[in-house]
Ligand binder design. Sequence first.
Ligand SMILES: Cc1cc2nc3c(=O)[nH]c(=O)nc-3n(C[C@H](O)[C@H](O)[C@H](O)COP(=O)(O)OP(=O)(O)OC[C@H]3O[C@@H](n4cnc5c(N)ncnc54)[C@H](O)[C@@H]3O)c2cc1C
Length: 381
Amino acid sequence: MATQRFDVAIMGGGIMGSATAYQLLDLDPTLSVGVIEPDSTYQFASALRASGGCRVQFSGPENIEMSKYGIDFIRSFAAPVDWVQGGYLFIVPPESVANLERNVRTQQSHGCRVDLLTPAELKAKWPSMRVEDLGAGAHTPEDGWCDPNGLLWGLRRKAVERGARYVEDRVVAADCDSVKVRSVALQRGDRVEARVFVNATGAWAGDVAKYFGMHLPVSPLRRFEHYFTPGTPMERLPYVKDVARMAFRSEGAGFSGGLVDGDEPRGYNFDVDHDYFERVVWPAAAHRFPPLEAARCHRTWSGLYEVNELDGNPVIGPWTGGLRNLFTVAGFSGHGMMHAPAAGRGIAELVVRGRYETIDLTRLGYARITANEPYPEQGIL
Ligand SMILES: Cc1cc2nc3c(=O)[nH]c(=O)nc-3n(C[C@H](O)[C@H](O)[C@H](O)COP(=O)(O)OP(=O)(O)OC[C@H]3O[C@@H](n4cnc5c(N)ncnc54)[C@H](O)[C@@H]3O)c2cc1C
């Protein structure tokens, strides 16, 4: 049994863990950073099953700022990430227009380009869309999507170039005293000691937190992604989202997306329900875009959202009131790819400089979990 020592040990080497390693070494190249990741094929990692969307359409200032940072980062990243500036479009019924307008004003006050569109304007831009039951839409033309695989591997390679060491193993236990974590035990028998530990294990983060005696209300939620083609030719679409959590965008000759069922039982379930598209997604998509009446689903895959059951927003930062050297960057509830560069930056700043410098993420800290004070998004998730 060997003991490995690092300044910072990151648990989970998916997109969040790799972004954190990259940002730590960007701020302080002298740090020794270990990333503990059991699976270098990332078979079940959410990152490789994600749809790649990046948008500033949030209500929370922290989420808007993390998106702005993430989009700039992805667009200028020196690795192949296939950025497509296809835009996002949120569409809402009349009763949700006031909320949409409020969110648009918040986004505009953060310097984002957002165009509020009437149903007639929506119809003029996207003629296939049924708009009679809509109240308005918000279009962010500078949003888009990228290849999550390219982003994950780009971050991992660059973190390694900067000196990060990936340890192919799984954290299975922790050794803690009353104020801090001393070491973690790995499945193959080794131990890792570090000054700082970071829980970046995505959908597994709630269970990993238990090794430290920490309550982290993050659970795995299965979500399907589908690739489908329209039966009848129609225009290309931005990433369209509605209040029922239908979300899809153009991809090649067809579309990629799905419809999140928030009531899905929690668990590490990757089974694919091949009827889900026909039963749930297709009726909603064909209602909104009648040419999709003849849509054909070619592929369905499943992946896990890492849902923060308190409020659907991430937990970023130290374990306030608990072990002082245990940090968390998890619970992004389906928005983690776009927010990984900024969240990793935030953790790096806290560890290296002792404070946030780029974006103040204090309100997304663990304190709200202890206080049971949700800080949710208002509007479309
Ligand atoms: C279908 C789908 C579509 C999505 N679409 C989008 C989108 O359009 N835009 C967006 O921003 N986000 C999207 N997401 C969400 C995004 O994929 C996640 O938020 C993001 O990948 C979270 O990154 P992560 O590194 O925390 O988790 P992961 O990528 O899952 O990585 C976690 C890692 O932790 C490792 N691990 C687990 N247990 C342990 C342990 N005990 N010890 C050490 N390591 C461990 C795992 O092997 C894994 O590699 C989507 C997700 C899904 C499923």
